[in-house]
Design a protein around this ligand. Structure first.
Ligand SMILES: [Zn+2]
Length: 116
């Protein structure tokens, strides 16, 4: 039997060995399990992204294979130094690494009060 050469099904698996010269980048999208870190509502928005290759975080640029994101527009927080944070807004499904707490990018009128 000849090995299948152009079988489109072959490329669908990203679990394979990394012998290929340029493996296809793919991602697995996972829901967080119920836990104390997130409210049930937050959990419904948050998704973990598990890539087969490291990709750069949209916020800090660090390359990682595990990212997280939200299904709605969201804010990502970076601790700049003690007491100083920078917030950036991202479109739904933008991958950021786990060093940035995420929260829905709620229009300002409803946003929680900023504590100085
Ligand atoms: Zn990052």
């Amino acid at each position: 039997m000849e090995p299948p050469s152009d079988d489109p099904l072959v490329e669908e698996s990203c679990e394979g060995e990394s012998m290929k010269p340029s493996p296809l980048l793919c991602v697995e999208i996972l829901e967080a399990k119920p836990n104390k870190l997130f409210t049930e509502e937050e959990r419904s928005w948050i998704r973990f992204l598990r890539y087969n290759l490291p990709i750069p975080c949209a916020d800090c640029g660090k390359k990682k294979r595990t990212m997280w994101t939200m299904l709605c527009s969201f804010e990502s927080i970076t601790i700049v130094s003690i007491g100083r944070m920078s917030k950036k807004s991202f479109a739904p499904m933008t991958p950021v690494c786990n060093e940035h707490p995420l929260g829905p990018d709620i229009p300002k009128s409803n946003a929680e009060k900023v504590t100085a």
